[in-house]
Design a binder for this molecule. Sequence first.
Ligand code: CAO
Length: 546
Amino acid sequence: MSQVLVPDIGDFKEVEVIEVLVKPGDAVTKEQSLITLESDKATMEIPSPAAGVVKELKIKTGDKVSKGSPILVLDEKKQDEKKPEVNKPQPPLEAKPQTQSAASGRTQTVSVPDIGDFKEVEVIEVLVKPGDAVAKEQSLITLESDKATMEIPSPGAGVVKELKVKVGDKVAKDSPILVLEGKEERRSEARAPEAARPAEPRPAAPKAAAAPAPITNPSARPVPREPREETAVKAHASPSVRKFARELGVPLAQVAGSGPKGRVLHADVQGFVKGALQGRAPGRPPDKGGQGGLPFNLPAWPEVDFAKFGPVESVPLSRIQKLSGPYLHRNWVSIPHVTQFDEADITDLEAFRKGQTAETEKKGFKLTMLAFMIKACVTALREYPQFNASLDRSGENVIIKKYYHIGVAVDTPEGLVVPVVRDADRKGVFDLAKELGEISKLARDKRLKAGDMQGGTFSISSLGGIGGTAFTPIINAPEVAILGVSRSYLKPIFSGKGDKGEDLFKARLVLPLSLSYDHRVIDGATAARFTTYLVSVLSDIRKSLL
Ligand code: CAO
């Protein structure tokens, strides 16, 4: 029977226990993680120094521990016992700056400090770039192994002159991180200068994992995680993000990570909180525990090293994509979508449109099919008000809106935006066409304001100018339906029998429509009636005057 203590975790004091991974009676293997500690710079798992059975826990989640704090009492398996080695403390972690010049301010190469026995740890984030002024202790890069995530802080204040690492690089102790032109006074390298050492708290995680356990075998090495329920869905996040999430009470495992390898970023936690503040998805049943109210408990995103299979390039998502992605995802997973397809014969409408284009061109705007679509949709929405609606927060009432603000998806080089045409029922087709031209230009010039994209009651996404036959648009919550429009094409339509009884066909211009609707609010029969009605309006636009 022996007591397992917190090993040498460098200069960390009073580090919080954020997870206790075992309980009395558990049989543990050597190197199996026992607890997780977290400071604001590092998250680390403390492995068992030997195989055995947990007899008694000496800590609980929330406790603050330091080197030598008892973790648990272990009844060791005799066969696994090895001669205890002397608890040789590891050298203190220190970045090893090499002074290069004193001429134009002191430059130093900041390198990876002693990170214990870890070799080839992956750089998962580079948090600074050349030209950045960094403060002492500001995190420069994030490293991650299978046992620890750690941020390497700057040993001093200065300006980043050159980066020596990039995301994906594997580093070890002494690998150069960057060249820093700093202001701090010269110190003796041999003394492991204070300014050159990673600031408190330092990235001691790997050291902790690899450090000699005070009582038995010191050679515990990071090993692939034991498969266990929590780790299967365990969030992948840096210590600062974990801390941020914990401060806000956000369960990290429930946050969809948008970073590399599904890592949860600061923005993901913010998005999660925003979503929560806006209320749970309408109609979602209250949290009954278990999944924390979420409908899914999916396996972790596959981690694939694509470069193993061929050349690759990593391109960051645009700002708009990063912003809209979580909302698209939320709408896609939380609204039961059904898409109803139909086709409208727009032969006459197109002839009419073409007849008007000379006049509208003179007036300085373009009359495209979309302006007619908005008009026709408003007519159909008046006839079927449940499409111009939203579910309330309880998910038990439908709010029918008496105004018609139509969102129009606009493709911009930065990504998709959906400005809203207000009071479309009170505007003529020419006004709508003119406004469409204006808002799509504003969108492409990135001059839309947040208010220009709010208050929509129904949306249209037209890919007709590009091509395609049909698609399944995602509903723009809290709206309950969206109309997708694809490219019109000439279709032979049966028009009766000829003199000799032969089948006759006429070439008609047809417009493919794809209506996605929220099946909680609208049933299939109503959706089919809506599209049938819309088709009839488009086939005879005079109906929109009635
Ligand atoms: N069938 C055939 N041709 C069509 C058409 C249709 N359904 N709709 C438009 N066209 C034609 C137009 O008449 C125009 O032809 P000309 O250049 O010969 O005059 C051309 O296609 C380009 O039209 P447009 O795109 O400039 O104008 P629009 O009013 O149809 O659409 C806008 C405006 C802003 C909606 C559109 O430019 C756009 O951004 N569409 C993409 C929306 C999108 O990305 N949706 C996807 C959402 S899901 O990710």
